[in-house]
Design a protein around this ligand. Structure first.
Ligand SMILES: [Fe+2]
Length: 299
């Protein structure tokens, strides 16, 4: 295949995304979003969960974050070989769905790859369609959770010439419950670029002012909360409330981080992503309805 044919279409910030940015930063529309998406489903506020998942849910509510250590090595190897390696060669012919989101801001930061993958990949079903994880999400929101966007595969190397992005300042994503997932595709320790999360910061109520990351100092966050570094062996998965918990990126010179990340919300601030194929996802056919419904807002 010729290079031009395999080039992905460039991802653009959708009108829906710009509208979402307005909704979460306006005092009145924020209230409406909370009423619409933060109230429990009266008919079905929960799904059944095993003891282990119930304990994880409690930990998630308290700390705002949970860690699944080194569970997904097989999935990591698949992503590295089938998607990251071709993307580094500018080969986007591997299907399903692979669209580059690399823009000037990303390039300035030192991103080498930023591509959206599909969830229509049977080899990755343990990541996106695990009944326990989806059940924890359902019971956390007390209503159906939805994928906000397709997973994004990122390789980033921070160099002397790279710009520090505003993600390096502690911030909340939108002050609404929003659960982010980050899968480490390579071993990351404290000397590598990594994320930091302020434990238990989810328990503080959020004001409009808190949404402005320049209205407080990073030192104050580090003093007030215990900070957890999101480090670990390849295959480690983190699940954290980025909407209501303070987090930032910590850049370390000449280190490379490879991650896959994706976001779940109770239906607010959707990115408007679409899948290539809307039917025939045999790998989720046998899953319970609340698991299958996770992708509904993307289809
Ligand atoms: Fe963030």
């Amino acid at each position: 295949m010729k290079k031009e044919e395999s080039k992905p279409k460039q991802y653009k910030k959708t009108r829906q995304k710009r509208f979402n940015d307005f909704l979460v930063t306006n005092r009145y529309t924020r209230k409406l979003l909370k009423i619409r998406y933060h109230s429990p489903n009266i008919l079905k506020p929960s799904v059944s969960l095993g003891n282990e998942s119930r304990a994880l849910l409690e930990e998630f509510k308290e700390n705002g974050i949970i860690k699944f250590p080194s569970l997904y090595i097989k999935e990591c190897d698949f992503i590295l070989n089938e998607y990251l390696e071709p993307a580094l060669r500018d080969d986007f012919s591997r299907k399903p769905f692979m669209v580059s989101t690399l823009n000037q801001r990303g390039l300035d930061m030192g991103k080498e790859v930023s591509v959206k993958l599909s969830m229509d990949i049977p080899e990755l079903k343990r990541l996106f369609f695990d009944e326990n994880i989806c059940g924890i999400l359902y019971n956390f929101f007390q209503r159906q959770p939805y994928y906000r966007n397709q997973p994004v595969l990122v390789q980033h190397t921070y160099r002397e010439t790279s710009k520090k992005d505003i993600q390096g300042k502690y911030h909340l994503d939108n002050g609404l419950d929003q659960v982010n997932f980050m899968l480490l595709l390579n071993d990351i320790d404290e000397n590598d670029t990594h994320m930091e999360y302020a434990l238990k910061s989810v328990q503080e109520p959020v004001t409009i002012r808190d949404l402005n990351r320049f209205s407080f100092e990073d030192e104050d966050i580090a003093e007030k909360y215990q900070i957890l570094p999101l480090i670990g062996k390849k295959g480690t998965l983190y699940m954290f409330n980025a909407g209501n918990g303070y987090h930032r990126a910590l850049y370390k010179l000449n280190t490379t981080r490879k991650i896959l990340h994706w976001i779940v919300t109770p239906g607010h601030t959707l990115d408007g992503d679409q899948f290539e194929r809307k039917e025939g996802w045999s790998h989720i056919k046998e899953k319970p309805a609340f698991v299958k419904s996770m992708i509904k807002k993307l289809l």
